[in-house]
Each structure stands twice: as C-alpha cells, then as structure tokens.
Write a protein that binds this ligand. Structure first.
Ligand SMILES: CC(C)(COP(=O)(O)OP(=O)(O)OC[C@H]1O[C@@H](n2cnc3c(N)ncnc32)[C@H](O)[C@@H]1OP(=O)(O)O)[C@@H](O)C(=O)NCCC(=O)NCCS
Length: 162
C-alpha cells in the first residue's frame, strides 16, 4: 500500500465510498445529502493542509485522509484529521496506516497535538483505532450525534500530544 497526495483525478474513485459513508449518517457530522461539489471542496484541501489517498499496487484507491489545523490564529498549533476507508476494504489496516501518516505529518509540521472533534461514540472501530495510536477521549458531548439507528449518542473529543 502506498499513501500519496490526492489529486483531482482521484476524486471519481473517492466519491462513491465517500458518498456511501456520509449518506449512511453513522460516522460524520456532514449533511447526509451532501452533494458532490461541496464534498470535493470540503475534502480536497490545499497547502499547507493536505489530502492523501492510500492506493494498492494496482493504483486502486482504498481510502483517503485529510489533515489540517484544527483552529486558526492562536489555536493553529493543534492539528486535526479525518479518514474514510472504502467499506469494501475496511479491517485490513488501511485506516491505521492513514492515521499513522497524519500523526507523522502533524509531528513533522511542528504541531503540538492532534485533536479529533467529533468521534461518534458508537463508531467503536474508529475509537479503538485512535486509542491504540495514543489518542484519549478528553470529553464527550452528551447526545451530540443523532445516530439513524441508535438515536442520540455521545460525540467524543479525542486528543494526542505530539
Ligand atoms: C474507521 C476507519 C477509518 C477504520 O479504517 P480501517 O481500514 O477499516 O481500519 P484498520 O483495518 O486499519 O483497523 C484499525 C483498527 O480498527 C479496528 N477495526 C477496523 N475495522 C474493523 C473491523 N471491520 N472489524 C474489527 N475491527 C476493526 C481494529 O481495532 C483495528 O485494529 P488492529 O489494527 O489492531 O486490527 C474506517 O472503518 C472508515 O472509514 N469508517 C467509516 C468512516 C469513519 O468512521 N471515519 C472516521 C470518523 S471519526
């Protein structure tokens, strides 16, 4: 697996699984009917922020991550990141590799910590992955997310000093 910069040419491969993940409404706070143009603008970031794809030997896009400052100005020393792995490719280490990549990026770029703002508490695979990489839940917004099946559940803020 290779992790490389995402280009405009990658978007057609990203959008189908991006759409399915967002439309399912279980893991992101994006509108579930998010349109493609808005989605591309939210996901494909420009310098100094980054967007990458994980590809296999055949060049197939397996997943994607974006990484950025969590806040601007005097809050810009803490990074954030988001991940989407094609559900057909999940559970094979793609998410872990993308997460490790973003942590390395943030450390190299001089950020003091990383923060995830809205990890749905029922997204146990993501929470377990982030914990295994040293992130801790530092707070949970009660009933911060309206899960389509489980109703109102908590939204974790997860943090890792770098
Ligand atoms: C969360 C997500 C990024 C994880 O990516 P992934 O490629 O499936 O995860 P990995 O294969 O790297 O697994 C990492 C860890 O997550 C857990 N995990 C992930 N998928 C799993 C699965 N299908 N079954 C069991 N555990 C799983 C395991 O704890 C695993 O640990 P291990 O490496 O010690 O086995 C991916 O499932 C995804 O894109 N989900 C939808 C969008 C999303 O939730 N994004 C994050 C929002 S905060």
């Amino acid at each position: 697996m290779l992790i490389r910069e995402a280009t405009d040419e990658d978007w057609p491969a990203i959008w189908p699984f991006f759409h399915d993940i967002v439309a399912a409404g279980e893991t992101f706070t994006y509108p579930t009917d998010l349109g493609e143009d808005l989605a591309r603008g939210w996901w494909i970031l420009s310098e100094p922020d980054r967007t990458v794809v994980a590809v296999d030997d055949a060049g197939t896009v397996l997943g994607t991550a974006k990484m950025n400052s969590n806040h601007m100005g005097n809050g810009s020393h803490i990074a954030s990141a988001s991940y989407m792995v094609d559900p057909e490719r999940s559970g094979r280490g793609v998410g872990r590799a993308l997460c490790e990549y973003t942590v390395d990026w943030a450390r190299t770029a001089g950020y003091r910590a990383m923060q995830f703002n809205a990890v749905v508490e029922t997204n146990t695979n993501a929470v377990r992955l982030y914990r295994s990489l040293g992130f801790e839940v530092i707070g949970t917004l009660p009933e911060g997310f309206n899960h389509p099946e489980q109703g109102y559940v908590g939204l974790h803020i997860m943090h890792k000093p770098l």
